[in-house]
Design a binder for this molecule. Sequence first.
Ligand code: ATP
Ligand code: MG
Length: 449
Amino acid sequence: MKLVLSFIITIVLSVIITITITTLLSKDRLGDKLEPDMFRMGEEFIQLYGANGSDEAARFLSNTSFIHFSFIIVDSEYNRRVLGDRGPTLPIDKSVVDNVLRGDRFSTVESEPSNKPKPNIVGIPFIENNQKYALFVQSHPQRQISVIQDVQLIQLISVLFIGIILFAYVSTILIKPIQRLSGAMKKVGKGDYSVQVEHASSDEIGLLTKNFNQMAKELNKIETMRQEFIASVSHEIQSPLTSIKGFSKALKDNIVSEDKKQQYLTIIEKESTRLSQLSSNLLKLASLDAEHHPFHHKTYDLDEQIRHVILALEPQWTEKELEIELDLERVRIEGDEELLEQVWLNLLSNSIKYTHQSGTIEVSMASMKEGVTVSVKDTGIGIDEEDQKYIFESFYTVDKSRSLKSNGLGLAISKKIVNLHEGSISVESRINKGSTFTVFLPDKKSQST
Ligand SMILES: Nc1ncnc2c1ncn2[C@@H]1O[C@H](COP(=O)(O)OP(=O)(O)OP(=O)(O)O)[C@@H](O)[C@H]1O
Ligand SMILES: [Mg+2]
């Protein structure tokens, strides 16, 4: 838009400037100056004629500056003598001749220039040898034509010249922000995502710059997340390894009692399990992130699947003497069975992990036209409002000491899986009262009809 507009403005401006300049010039040359010029020529001619006679005057008129002018001398008997340019001369009214012979001046020159060249005549009275004469100076249109040609040439040159200057100026204004953008792009290309380009305009280039800034910001965010992720992973790997290393060294050195030995071995085993879980969770996270993740669609019984997961977790919840309440109905859904099983497993194991002895876990289901919701409600420790914002992010755990031996990946993975099914996951929780996690999965069939 800006480009087109500036192009139009450039053209319009140069035409306006040119027209102003050339009308001023041509007015000067065609109208205002013509009349006095012709009178002056006439007077000079009369002087010459008086002093040197008609032959000398005729020779004088062969001078090029008199080209395109005829000098007509009329005496009181109306006899005409034409000197100078012998181009066609106009008939002159007797009354006009009489007037000039009587001593009046005469002129047909219009002060307003017209683009239609026409001959102009001025008349001057003079007396020679006591005889009254009228001198008429007639311009031939060729003169005006040549002036108009000059004017047109000037117009053409100035349109070109002014156009080039204006366009060069406008282009630099347009090019500057593009150069700034290009420099910033180079920086981004080299990995510096912190660049931001100033932009004030709201045109296409402004929009481009705004989008570029947005892109750089996103890239910067991703880069920060990537670095944080690497730091977290390293930390997650480092801490179990440190404890494994410490305990195995103690065992190797044989400085521990028999019952401590068992305890250390149990820790080593637990930490190894945690490491292997971490590695498989990381793999899952990476593969879910990849766009080409294999997605095995299948229609199956959701209630059946949830019952199966609860059964698989029985050792954990019986150990804590938790009461499990089920409110399930028969619902068939379409989705990736294996991935969704991971979601229920994560939510239920969280509820078991974060609920005190003898608590209650309630699993309920509601199927609607648009889809199905599954809620997992516990009477556990709850999550405070500030933490609720972050629990779905990788490696986020409320208990920073990690005493519960967790990596903070379960909910991040669950959220990714639910998103892959175009569903949503949310939490409602009050500290020391309990939490409710709700998953909504849309019904693909109801969406497509
Ligand atoms: N039902 C719950 N009650 C209380 N806090 C919870 C509950 N579910 C999750 N949280 C909090 O959210 C955090 C993130 O949960 P998430 O499942 O992602 O990780 P994790 O359980 O700590 O580790 P992982 O699942 O990787 O073993 C947990 O560390 C915990 O603080
Ligand atoms: Mg978890």
